[in-house]
Design a protein. Structure first.
Length: 281
């Protein structure tokens, strides 16, 4: 459906942020633009994609800076496209905003990660250790860690998202940040696993081929039933939302589920790894 893409949601969230920063209401901005408040509301929720010229006019009315206007006008181009690829940090920042918006309105999320603890379940020290080794500028690390930890609110909030987390066994045995950090991270996993909305399963190292070996992915189903997939590597991110693509990843989740351990056995294994690591500290 046009206007319900991740890019449209990211654009809408940024428009809303600019309006709220100006202290204006939806009806006030609509009156300034001589359009209906319903139209402005749909722009801000991502249910309709404004044209680049509409975005420019909107931002002029709310007094946004020239830099913000340039960025969001560019973001408005192709907002209804079949996918959203970003390469390089400047392009990935608005995509992160899109991911936060997609997750915020999610009913269900499946995350598959064979080599690292998924971002939605990382503790701060674990995330910080990754970012330091990945050469993230020191001035940006605290902000990025805060954003990553903030994402977890969807799991712990009232009326939380349902989360299926599939984590590769090798991720448990790694020493990212050192043994003490890993012990804290694994304890955090066990705490999450006790939540009624979280199904955490470990993918054993000695398993047959499964789609998780192609790389990590995040599958999100929103409250209105729309599906989104997010793929990410060191320098790029990709959103998919076409029904045929989403169906491929629903199938992938079920294939991973078949090779993963039960929730009970997964928790037992994590506890055993904790005991082993604690003996070395």
């Amino acid at each position: 459906m046009p206007g319900t893409t991740p890019k449209a949601r990211a654009l809408g969230a940024e428009l809303r942020k600019a309006r709220e920063a100006a202290g204006l209401g939806v009806r006030q901005v609509a009156a300034m633009l001589e359009t209906s408040h319903a139209t402005v509301s749909r722009w801000e929720t991502g249910h309709r994609s404004p044209k680049p010229e509409d975005v420019s006019a909107y931002l002029a009315k709310v007094g946004a800076s020239a830099e913000v206007r340039q960025q969001l006008v560019e973001l408005a181009r192709g907002a209804d496209g079949p996918h959203w690829l970003s390469v390089g940090m400047p392009e990935q920042k608005p995509q992160l905003a899109g991911l936060l918006e997609v997750e915020r309105t999610a009913a269900y999320i499946a995350t598959v990660s064979t080599l690292l603890i998924p971002g939605l379940l990382q503790i701060g020290d674990y995330a910080r250790a990754i970012m330091r080794q990945a050469d993230v500028p020191a001035s940006e690390i605290d902000t990025r860690v805060a954003v990553r930890i903030g994402r977890q609110e969807i799991v712990t909030r009232r009326n939380p998202v349902r989360l299926d987390a599939f984590i590769g066994e090798s991720a448990l045995h790694a020493d990212i940040g050192g043994p003490a950090v890993m012990v804290d991270q694994l304890h955090a996993l066990l705490a999450h696993a006790e939540r009624p909305n979280v199904d955490l399963r470990v993918i054993p190292m000695q398993s047959d081929w499964h789609p998780g070996l192609d790389g990590p992915f995040l599958l999100v189903e929103s409250l209105d039933g729309a599906g989104v997939v997010h793929l990410e590597n060191r320098i790029s991110g990709l959103f998919l939302h076409e029904p045929a693509d989403i169906e491929v990843y629903w199938s992938a989740v079920e294939k991973v589920r078949k090779v993963a351990m039960s929730a009970e056995d997964s928790a037992k294994l994590i506890a055993e790894v904790i005991d082993t690591k604690e003996s070395t500290i």
